[in-house]
Write a protein that binds this ligand. Structure first.
Ligand code: UGA
Length: 450
């Protein structure tokens, strides 16, 4: 919405939320999320044609077009728990729009939704007395960490709908800065399904290369060399083939599970099984990494200090949702390790909250034993401090600053043998091995012997 406000000074954008604290942050100098370049976009438009408030009813009444951008997490209870999307917030929005609207409006689904949700939104809106509605699907394809660039110059914008007039109204907004041939229009269901499919295909590439990484480690092939060799085939392409400790983020797993649930709903069990394997390989990759650490450290990490560099699910974001670091930290804590964590953008409060959530039992409680495990973590403000006296360093997030640290000093301060487990393949193996580290990377023969 900030980008629309920036690029279209003649369009008045009013962002509303029920959470006053969040709105206060959007109105302050300290935005609630870290995203490179976002500050200046917000600063340029805020106070001109971009407003943030909690006046939801008022904003609905004055709007010609309403974007529903609420979250749709995986359901944690009842039917479809663990797979289906929780559409509670979407439905509440639609009902509020129906209740408050007086004139005709275009309602745009921005949240990622299961296919045919627009149908439900339309039916709820139809219960409104005076107002008439057109529903469009306009899924978002930006990735965190590169959001501003992705919005400025997207590969494509997708708009699904039935009414040509409504579609044109939204096309006209994006056409202010995006070439028309990159604005695709489809029917509603194609648009909804394209969003889930795009994320499933992207996640599938990561799981495919991660599956190959396990085979590389077993055979002596190098996964980066394999990725380069296959990525130069123009039909395959070079992007999204970086082997890692496992994909995270709020979208991939949620959207695939959603797709799986949808397939099961339509009785397409083989299709459901096919896509659920992408998640299964991702879980395997995370588990495999933690197991490798324990095995390499002479089959025990009990009371050993393990340093973790990075907690966010990828670099250039402070988002930690579904980050592989959370699962690996849990597995190491269960082995009674002491984990010392440094991330340049994630707060200690967030890290403790993530650990608390993952340690919860079915009733949402954390017993004294699991609490004592969580108490074994320490969060520090400096990567050197995290590595000081550690038995091993693990790289969880590919932050650029980890590449150029003073590794000689770090080596001096560690327990020997000093191990490095690079879950992102960003560190220079040769350099570190020459210093004396035993380096284990993803999809490479380990350790490198010099
Ligand atoms: C993803 C999609 O890329 C966006 O197009 C989509 O709009 C977004 O989900 C969404 O549905 O909102 P995002 O989750 O922000 O974006 O981040 P990605 O760049 O896709 O990375 C996801 C995870 O895969 C990260 O943990 C990343 O480290 C990992 N990854 C990515 C790899 O391990 N290897 C790769 O080669 C690429």
């Amino acid at each position: 919405m900030a980008m629309i406000a920036k690029q279209c000074p003649d369009v008045s954008v009013h962002v509303v939320d029920l959470n006053q604290d969040r709105i206060n942050s959007w109105n302050s100098e300290e935005l609630p999320i870290y995203e490179p370049g976002l500050d200046s976009v917000v600063r340029e438009a805020r106070g001109r044609n971009l407003r943030f408030s909690t006046q939801v009813d008022h904003a609905i009444q004055e709007a010609d077009m309403i974007f529903i951008s609420v979250n749709t997490p995986t359901k944690s209870f009842g039917m479809g728990a663990g797979r289906a999307a929780n559409l509670e917030y979407i439905e509440k929005c639609a009902r509020q729009i129906a209740r408050v609207s007086q004139g005709p409006k275009i309602v745009v689904e921005k949240s990622t939704l299961p296919v045919r949700t627009a149908e439900a939104v339309k039916r709820i809106l139809a219960t409104a007395g005076a107002a008439s509605f057109d529903v469009l699907s306009n899924p978002e394809f930006l990735a965190e960490g590169t959001a501003v660039q992705d919005l400025l110059s997207p590969d494509r914008v997708l708009i699904g709908g039935e009414s040509q007039t409504a579609i044109s109204a939204l096309v006209d907004i994006y056409a202010k800065w995006i070439p028309k041939d990159r604005i695709l229009t489809t029917n509603l269901w194609s648009s909804e399904l394209s969003k889930l499919s795009a994320n499933a295909f992207l996640a599938q590439r990561v799981s495919s290369i991660n599956a190959i990484s396990a085979l590389c480690e077993a055979t002596g092939a190098d996964v980066d060399e394999v990725a380069r060799a296959i990525g130069t085939d123009s039909r395959i392409g070079p992007n999204f083939l970086k082997a890692s400790v496992g994909f995270g983020g709020s979208c991939f797993q949620k959207d695939i599970l959603n797709l799986v649930y949808l397939c099961e709903h339509f009785g397409l069990n083989e299709v459901a099984d096919y896509w659920s394997q992408v998640v299964a390989i991702n879980d395997y990759q995370k588990r495999r990494f933690a197991q490798k650490i324990v095995r390499t450290l002479f089959n025990t990490v009990s009371d050993k200090k393990i340093c973790m560099w990075g907690w966010a699910f990828k670099k250039d974001t402070n988002d930690t949702r579904e980050s592989a670091a959370i699962y690996i930290c849990r597995d190491l804590l269960i082995e009674r390790a002491q984990v010392e964590i440094y991330d340049p953008r994630v707060s200690e409060e967030q890290i403790r909250q993530d650990m608390y959530e993952i340690m919860q039992d079915g009733n949402g409680l954390v017993g004294p034993y699991k609490q004592s495990l969580i108490d074994r973590i320490r969060v520090v403000e400096d990567p050197h401090q995290a590595a000081d006296s550690a038995h091993a360093i693990t790289v969880m997030t590919e932050w650029d600053e980890f590449k150029d640290l003073d590794f000689c000093r770090i080596f001096e301060d560690m327990v020997k043998p000093a191990f490095v487990f690079d879950g992102r393949n960003i560190l220079c193996r040769e350099k570190l091995s020459q210093i004396g580290f035993e380096v284990h990377s993803i999809g490479k023969t380990s350790p490198l012997l010099i």
